[in-house]
Design a protein. Structure first.
Lengths: 372, 799
C-alpha cells in the first residue's frame, strides 16, 4: 500500500531529499504491524501500543526511537487522537512538533501526507474543497470536478489530517475548523442539498502552532476547546541532548561520502552554547543574557552539521571551536543587533573564562571575537 | 551473582515458619502495603507485632491505640543540641499507613506491639545539619532515585519512582494474597538495596539501626512465644533475615535524649514531609483510595473510583468558582482511563489522572506551573487534620505557655477576659510580660491583643510608657498552641520556628524579597524577645536587600533598621545581634537605586516621596560615621540632572536647600518655573510644590520667595482655573498641620494687608424680614421632617 501511495504522489524513493515517515520507516512499520496483537481502534492501522513503540522505540523489534524527551506526552497525544478532540501541539520552534505530528499520522493512518501547510495565504477551500474549474465549467458541479482538501480526504478515508502552523492562518480560516471538528461533516451543497461527507472512524486532526512568534493569530476559545493541547518542550537533560545532537549529525553526514565526526570537546561547546543561551543560565549558575533567536536542539544540530561541513569541505582540517563560532552567527543570530550584543557579552565573559582551560573554547572565543 | 543471591534469599526467607519470624517489607503510607499487613496479621495472629519506629516513642503506643485518637497524627520528637539549634522531627501516621494498621490490628488480636528502631535522638543526630524545614523520622529516598529505579522506570514506561511504585504495587491494593504481594515488595526492595552505592548507606545510620532492629527481633524470638510479625521499611528487610545470629545489642528500652509527644497532624504537613523522602505524597488521594477499597472489602473498582474522584474534584472546583465544563470533565476521565489501559493498568492511577487533567484542561502553552495542576495537587493533598485523645496529655508547649503566663503574672485561673497595663520602659518584669504577650501573638494563639500604647510596628506613639493588653486563656488558645506545636515545644522556640515558616510561606507566595514584610516579622521577633536567635533572620533580610530593586522599600528598610539600632525600648537590640552592617548594606543599595529615581512610574512616585522624606530626616540629624552622607547627596544630584518627575525634582531640590547645599533661591526659582510653565493642565503645575511639601512643609514659609511664587501663581489663575486647582491644592497642603496652616494663612494675609481673622466670614446684619423668612423656612422644614417621621433628625430647640 505504501508503494502504491508513493507511485500516486510521484515520490521517487531513491532521490527525494526527505521521504515521509511512512516510507522512511516502512520496514519498522511492517514489523510492528506483524507483531501487533493489541486491539486497534476503528480506522487505525496500528494499535495504540504499537504506535507508542513506533515513536519511542522497541529494541525487541529493532524499532528506533524517533522522538526524545517526554514519554508521557506521547502517551497523551495517542490517547487524545483516540477521542473526539483534535490534538494541538504547541511549543517553541525547533522542538520537533512537526516530526511528532508526522510520526503519529504515519503510524496511525499509514500516511503522514494529508497536510495543510498553514500560512496567511491559506483560505477556507484549503480546509474543505476546491474545484477543477475547467471541469466545473464544462460539466457543472460534479464529484469529478471537486478537489477535496487533505482534510476532506482524511475524513473520507478515516485518517489523520495534519495542519501545520494553524495560528498562521487567518482567524476566519481557523473558524472553519470549529464546525469541522465538532460536526465531523462537510456539506457539499453544490452537489445537491443532501450531499455531504461524514468523517469515517479513524479521522482526527493534528495541528501544530506557535503561540508566541510574531505574525501569528490568536486562537479563539471555541477552537481551543476542540483541541487537547500538548506542549513540546526543549530537551531537559544536557547529556542526553548531546548524545542526540551527535547522532543526528552522524545521520546527516551519512549522506555525504566523507567520513567525519565532531570531536567530543567541540560537541561540548555546541551543546553548552545552546543550553546556556536558551536557559539564560550557564551550567555553573552564571546568569546569561538570553537572545531572542531560537536556540533549539534542531538549530544546534544545524550548527554542528555546518561546522563539520566547513571543516571537511572548506578548511580541510579537523573541526574546532572556531568552526562552531563561524556557523553560529549565520545559522542562529540572523540579523538582530541586540542578539549580537548578547552573544558578544557571552563570548567576552563565559567563553573567555572557559577558554583558559579548554582548547575548543579558546578557539571558539578567538573566532567569535574576530568575527564580531 | 551476589546481588541475585541476595534477592532470592530475601524472597525465600521473608516468612520463616521455622523461626517464627514473618517480615513485612513495606513502603511508608502505602495503602497496598497496609492492606497486605492487615491480611497478614489477621491470618497469622502473631504474639508480637514489631514496627520500625523509634523505640523511645513506645510510651505513645497506648495513646495511638486510644479510640479518641484519629489520624493523621504524628509523634513529635525534640532534641536539644549542645552546639547548634534545637532539632525537631516527626513520625506521622495516617489511616492508610501500614504502621498504623499494624498497631491497631496487632492490638485488636491481643499481640504485643513494640517499636524497634533506634531512638529518635540517634536518628536526628545522624541527619544532615544543613537540612532546613521539618525532619522526618521516616526515610526512604531509595524508592525515588537510583539506577535500578531509573532503569526499571524506563523499561516499564514510567517517568519516576512514584509512578513505578503505583504501577507495580498500588494497582494490587486489595489483593488477598498477602504473601505474594509482600514477597514482590521484598524482591523489589532487595534489588534497590543491591544497587544502592555503599557510600549512601551510612547517611541515616543504616548499619546501627539495622543492628538494633535485628537485636530486638532476636530477643523476642528467643522467648519463643509465637509468630512474630515485623513491619519494616522494605529497604531493611535484607538485613533482618537472620536476626538470631546477629551480634548487636539493644539499647535500654525507652531511653532517649529527645522528648517526644503525640500531636495532631495534617495532610498538608505530611505532604511537605514527603518532600524530604518519606512515603507517598498527596495523602488525600491515597486515603480515598484506601477508604474505597476498605468499604468494598476487596480490590477497588478503579473505574468507579476515578469517576468519583474527578466528579468530586470538578464539584469542588465549581464551588470555588473555577468551572470545569462537563465535556472537559468527561475528556479528563476518558483520557485518564485510556492512558491507564495503554499503560497496562487496571485503572487510572494518580499520574494518569494528572495526564488526563493536562490533556483536558490545559489550553495553551504549558509553562510548567499550570494553575489546574496546582489545584489538582492541592485537592489530592487534602486538608484533613487528626485528633489526639485527651489522655495523651498536652504537648509541652501548652504547659510551657501556661507556666510562662503565670510567671509573668497573667491571671489564667479562668477564661475571663482581663486587661493589663504594662510599664514597659521602667519595669523589667513588665517588659518581660510584654515580650511573652507579643510571642503569643506571633503564634496566633489568640491569648492577648494589644489595646493601647506604643505601636512599634507602625512607628506610632513609640514614646508612650505604658502598653495595654486584653487577654484571656481559653480552650481556643490551647487549640491554637497545639497547632503551633509543630513549630516547637516552648513558646520562644515555636515563635522562632513560626517566623521562619512564615518567611518560607512568603517565599512560596513569590514574595521572598518583600522587605516591608520581612522587617515586620523581624520586629515581631524582637518584640517577642527572640534576641540573638534572630541572627539567621537578619541574614535573610540582608539577602533581600542585596536583591531589592525598589528604591522606596530599600530606603524605608534602611530607616527602619536605623530606628531599631537607635531604639532603647522594647525594640532595643540584644548584644551580639549586629544590625549596623545590614543597615549599611541597605544604605549602599539605596544609593545604587537612586539612579532609578528619574524613571519612576507615576504610581511609584508617592512611595518614593515618603521614602525621601524619611531618609532626609534621618540624614539631617545623623552624626555617626556609619553612613556616608555625601554619597546620598551625590546620588540625588545625579538624579536631579537626569530629568525626574516634577514631584521628585521638587523633593530633591527641597532636600538640598534644607541641608544648605544649595542656595535658598533655587527653590522659588524651581517652583516659579513649574507654576508659570506651559503645562496646559493646571494641577500638574503643582507637582513640584507637592514634592517640596512632602519633604518639609516648613520650607513654605522659611525660605524667602516660596510663598510669593505660589501666591503670584494663584492670583494669576481665573476663577474656573482656581476651582479646578482647589482639590489638588488642598491635597498638597494637607501635608501641613493645623498650626502650620495657620502660619501660612497669616503669612499670606500679611502679604495682602490685614490679618487672617479679617477673612473669616461673619454675618451680623439681619433685618426683620430676613429673620421672619428664616423662621418660616425653619418651621416648614421641621413640619416636613416630622411628617416623614424623621423627628430624630431635628436637633436644637423646638420651634
Amino acid at each position: 500500500m505504501d508503494e502504491e501511495d508513493a507511485m500516486d504522489l510521484k515520490t521517487d524513493v531513491t532521490t527525494a531529499q526527505r521521504l515521509p515517515a511512512e516510507l522512511r520507516y516502512a520496514d519498522e512499520l511492517t514489523r510492528l504491524r506483524d507483531a501487533d496483537n493489541d486491539p486497534k481502534p476503528a480506522g487505525w492501522a496500528l494499535s495504540p501500543r504499537a504506535v507508542r513503540r513506533f515513536i519511542l522505540g522497541d529494541p525487541k523489534l529493532d524499532v528506533s526511537r524517533k522522538f526524545y524527551g517526554d514519554d508521557p506526552l506521547v502517551d497523551r497525544c495517542i490517547v487524545a487522537l483516540m477521542g473526539h478532540q483534535g490534538l494541538m501541539l504547541v511549543g517553541e520552534p525547533g522542538t520537533a512538533k512537526s516530526l511528532l505530528s508526522e510520526l503519529l499520522a504515519a503510524a496511525i493512518s499509514g500516511t503522514s501526507r494529508l497536510v495543510v501547510q498553514g500560512s496567511a495565504g491559506v483560505i477556507e477551500d484549503h480546509l474543505r474543497y476546491g474545484w477543477n474549474y475547467a471541469l466545473l465549467l464544462a460539466e457543472g458541479p460534479s464529484e469529478r470536478a471537486l478537489i477535496p482538501s487533505p482534510v476532506l480526504t482524511a475524513m473520507q478515508n478515516g485518517q489523520i489530517a495534519r495542519i501545520e502552523e494553524l495560528t498562521r492562518c487567518a482567524p476566519e480560516v481557523q473558524d472553519a475548523m470549529i464546525s469541522l471538528l465538532s460536526e465531523k461533516t462537510v456539506a457539499l451543497p453544490e452537489l445537491g442539498a443532501a450531499s455531504e461527507v461524514r468523517a469515517e472512524r479513524g479521522f482526527n486532526v493534528i495541528a501544530t502552532a506557535n503561540l508566541r512568534d510574531l505574525g501569528v493569530n490568536e486562537m479563539s476559545s471555541a477552537l481551543k476547546r476542540r483541541f487537547n493541547f500538548e506542549t513540546v518542550a526543549p530537551i531537559a537533560d544536557a547529556a542526553f541532548e548531546k548524545e542526540l545532537i551527535a547522532k543526528q549529525v552522524r545521520d546527516r553526514m551519512a549522506e555525504y561520502d566523507m567520513k567525519a565526526d565532531l570531536p567530543e570537546d567541540v560537541l561540548d561547546v555546541v551543546v553548552s552554547v545552546f543550553r546556556d543561551l536558551r536557559t539564560g543560565r550557564a551550567a555553573d549558575g552564571a546568569v546569561v543574557a538570553q537572545p531572542k533567536s531560537v536556540m533549539s536542539t534542531a538549530e544546534a544540530v544545524n550548527v554542528a552539521h555546518g561546522a563539520l561541513l566547513d571543516a571537511s569541505y572548506l578548511s580541510g582540517d579537523a573541526p574546532t571551536g572556531a568552526h562552531v563560532a563561524r556557523q553560529l552567527r549565520g545559522v542562529v543570530f540572523k540579523d538582530d543587533a541586540e542578539d549580537a550584543r548578547k552573544l558578544r557579552a557571552y563570548v567576552d565573559t563565559i567563553a573567555r573564562a572557559r577558554g583558559r582551560t579548554s582548547r575548543a573554547w579558546a578557539a571558539f572565543h578567538k573566532a567569535a571575537k574576530d568575527d564580531g | 551473582m551476589r546481588d541475585e543471591a541476595l534477592i532470592h534469599r530475601v524472597r525465600d526467607r521473608l516468612f520463616q515458619p521455622d523461626t517464627g519470624l514473618y517480615l513485612a517489607p513495606i513502603r511508608h503510607h502505602s495503602p497496598a502495603c497496609a492492606w497486605a499487613v492487615r491480611a497478614m496479621i489477621r491470618d497469622l495472629r502473631p504474639s508480637h507485632v514489631m514496627i520500625e519506629a523509634p523505640h523511645d516513642l513506645a510510651h505513645l503506643i497506648p495513646h495511638l491505640l486510644d479510640p479518641d485518637t484519629v489520624p493523621p497524627v504524628a509523634a513529635a520528637s525534640l532534641l536539644d543540641q549542645k552546639d547548634g539549634p534545637r532539632l525537631a522531627a516527626y513520625y506521622p501516621f495516617c489511616a492508610h499507613s501500614p504502621e498504623w494498621i499494624a498497631l491497631r490490628e496487632g492490638a485488636a488480636i491481643g499481640a504485643e506491639v513494640r517499636f524497634i528502631d533506634l531512638g529518635s535522638d540517634a536518628k536526628m543526630q545522624g541527619r544532615d545539619d544543613d537540612q532546613k524545614g521539618p525532619q522526618s523520622l521516616v526515610q526512604e529516598q531509595a524508592f525515588d532515585s537510583g539506577d535500578y529505579i531509573r532503569a526499571l522506570s524506563d523499561r516499564l514506561g514510567c517517568r519516576d519512582g512514584f509512578e513505578l511504585w503505583d504501577h507495580l504495587f498500588e494497582t494490587r491494593l486489595g489483593d488477598p494474597d498477602w504473601r505474594g504481594f509482600l514477597q514482590d515488595v521484598g524482591t523489589y526492595c532487595a534489588a534497590l538495596r543491591a544497587s544502592t552505592p555503599s557510600d549512601q548507606f551510612d547517611v541515616t545510620n543504616d548499619d546501627a539501626r539495622e543492628a538494633h532492629m535485628a537485636a530486638c527481633l532476636r530477643d523476642v524470638l528467643a522467648d519463643g512465644a509465637g509468630p512474630v510479625v515485623c513491619v519494616i521499611g522494605g529497604f531493611h528487610a535484607a538485613a533482618l533475615l537472620e536476626p538470631v545470629t546477629t551480634a548487636g545489642k539493644t539499647r535500654a528500652g525507652g531511653k532517649s535524649d529527645a522528648a517526644s509527644y503525640l500531636i495532631r497532624y495534617g495532610y498538608k504537613d505530611m505532604d511537605a514531609l514527603m518532600g524530604y523522602g518519606a512515603g507517598l505524597p498527596q495523602p488525600a488521594y491515597y486515603q480515598s483510595l484506601w477508604d474505597h477499597a476498605d468499604a468494598r472489602g476487596q480490590a477497588p473498582d478503579w473505574q468507579a473510583f476515578a469517576h468519583d474522584l474527578t466528579q468530586e474534584f470538578a464539584h469542588k472546583m465549581r464551588g470555588d468558582g473555577h468551572g470545569i465544563s462537563v465535556p472537559a470533565q468527561v475528556e479528563m476521565l476518558r483520557s485518564a482511563e485510556t492512558l491507564a489501559r495503554l499503560r497496562g493498568r487496571p485503572g487510572a492511577l494518580r499520574y494518569d489522572l494528572f495526564d488526563g487533567l493536562t490533556s483536558a484542561l490545559l489550553k495553551g502553552e504549558d509553562s510548567g506551573s499550570d494553575v489546574w495542576r496546582e489545584r489538582f495537587t492541592e485537592y489530592l493533598r487534602g486538608h484533613a487534620l487528626g485528633d489526639v485523645s485527651d489522655a495523651a496529655g498536652q504537648p509541652p508547649i501548652v504547659a510551657d505557655a501556661m507556666a510562662r503566663a503565670r510567671a509573668h503574672r497573667f491571671d489564667v485561673s479562668d477564661g475571663r477576659r482581663r486587661e493589663r497595663s504594662l510599664d514597659i520602659r521602667r519595669k523589667l518584669a513588665h517588659l518581660a510580660a510584654s515580650r511573652f504577650a507579643h510571642a503569643m501573638a506571633v503564634l496566633d494563639s489568640g491569648f492577648a491583643t494589644r489595646s493601647g500604647g506604643p505601636d512599634f510596628q507602625n512607628a506610632k506613639q513609640t514614646d508612650l510608657l505604658f502598653e495595654r493588653w486584653e487577654y484571656a486563656w481559653s480552650p481556643r488558645v490551647e487549640g491554637q498552641l497545639i497547632e503551633a506545636a509543630v513549630h516547637g515545644d516552648t513558646v520562644p522556640a515555636a515563635c522562632l520556628a513560626k517566623l521562619f515558616a512564615d518567611r518560607q510561606a512568603l517565599a512560596k507566595d513569590g514574595r521572598a524579597d518583600d522587605l516591608p514584610a520581612l522587617l515586620t516579622m523581624f520586629k515581631r521577633g524582637l518584640l517577642a524577645g527572640l534576641g540573638t536567635e534572630l541572627t539567621g533572620f537578619l541574614t535573610e533580610i540582608e539577602g533581600a536587600i542585596s536583591r531589592s530593586a525598589d528604591f522606596a522599600d530599600t530606603a524605608k528598610a534602611m530607616v527602619t533598621l536605623h530606628g531599631i539600632e537607635a531604639s532603647r525600648g522594647p525594640l532595643s537590640l540584644p548584644d551580639g545581634l549586629d544590625i549596623t552592617s545590614v543597615m549599611q548594606q541597605a544604605f549602599a543599595r539605596m544609593i545604587y537605586l537612586c539612579d532609578d529615581l528619574p524613571n519612576m512610574r507615576d504610581d511609584a512616585i508617592q512611595p518614593c516621596l515618603d521614602a525621601l522624606r524619611l531618609v532626609s530626616e534621618l540624614m539631617r540629624g545623623f552624626e555617626g560615621d556609619d553612613l556616608d552622607k555625601t554619597l546620598f547627596d551625590d546620588a540625588l544630584d545625579r538624579a536631579a540632572l537626569a530629568d525626574p518627575a516634577p514631584e521628585l525634582l521638587g523633593a530633591i531640590t527641597a532636600i538640598a536647600v534644607d541641608a544648605g547645599r544649595k542656595p535658598d533661591h533655587t527653590l522659588p526659582d524651581l517652583l516659579k518655573a513649574q507654576l508659570n510653565g506651559s503645562a496646559p493642565d493646571l494641577p500638574t503645575r503643582l507637582a513640584g510644590l507637592r514634592g517640596v511639601l512632602a519633604i518639609s512643609p516648613s520650607l513654605l514659609w522659611t525660605v524667602d520667595g516660596v510663598l510669593d511664587a505660589l501666591d503670584e501663581f494663584l492670583n494669576g489663575v481665573t476663577d474656573d482655573g482656581f476651582l479646578e486647582l482647589l482639590p489638588h491644592l488642598r491635597l498638597a497642603l494637607s501635608a501641613l498641620s493645623p498650626r502650620e496652616a495657620d502660619l501660612v494663612a497669616a503669612a499670606l494675609t500679611r502679604r495682602h494687608g490685614g490679618s487672617a481673622s479679617s477673612y473669616t466670614a461673619h454675618f451680623h446684619d439681619v433685618d426683620a424680614s430676613e429673620a421672619a423668612l428664616g423662621a418660616k423656612v425653619d418651621a416648614e422644614l421641621r413640619a416636613g421632617l416630622m411628617a416623614d417621621g424623621l423627628d430624630g433628625w431635628i436637633i436644637g430647640g423646638g420651634a
